[in-house]
Ligand binder design. Structure first.
Ligand code: DGP
Length: 140
């Protein structure tokens, strides 16, 4: 399995870097975004390193989408957002900041005025961790 020792998401997948994981299987995982735009903002990634949509193979993409769907189901059950976007960025013009393929599971609220290039603001890690526990319990 391809791995980049300098990639933060590879380190999260390997358990070397900390994260609030809510789902994992042999090929993919979902964990809380550390800079959430809205409460429950989660990332789904393949375990293997692929920089972006152009490089990811179909099996890894399918596994990542499965993890995103599982996370979205838990977010829907626990947070009941007004909606959920799946967002996936490739390249600097799309504001990709981590070069490991990932899908944002992006809960929406009416009036949240999300723009596609949202700013990164540090989240409350205690609150993020507590919510991760609730989502993990709901993931089914
Ligand atoms: P993008 O800009 O589409 O590449 O999104 C990358 C996201 O990854 C961004 O919303 C912030 C998040 N992120 C960056 N570093 C970390 C980290 O170390 N842990 C977690 N949980 N999320 C991270």
């Amino acid at each position: 399995m391809a791995n980049d020792p300098d990639c933060i998401f590879c380190k999260i997948a390997a358990g070397i870097a900390p994260s609030f994981k809510i789902y994992e299987d042999a090929e993919a995982l979902a964990f809380m975004d550390i800079n959430p735009f809205n409460e429950g903002h989660t990332l789904a990634i393949p375990r293997a390193h692929f920089a972006n949509l152009h490089e990811v193979d179909e099996a890894a993409m399918t596994a990542t989408l499965r993890a995103a769907k599982r996370a979205a189901k838990a977010i829907e059950a626990v947070l009941k957002p007004d909606g959920i976007n799946l967002i996936q960025a490739n390249g600097p013009g799309a504001a990709q900041s981590v070069m490991h393929f990932h899908i944002h599971v992006f809960p929406r609220k009416f009036g949240d005025e999300a723009s596609l290039n949202w700013g990164l603001k540090p989240g409350d890690r205690k609150a993020i961790g507590a919510l991760a526990e609730r989502l993990k319990a709901a993931i089914g």
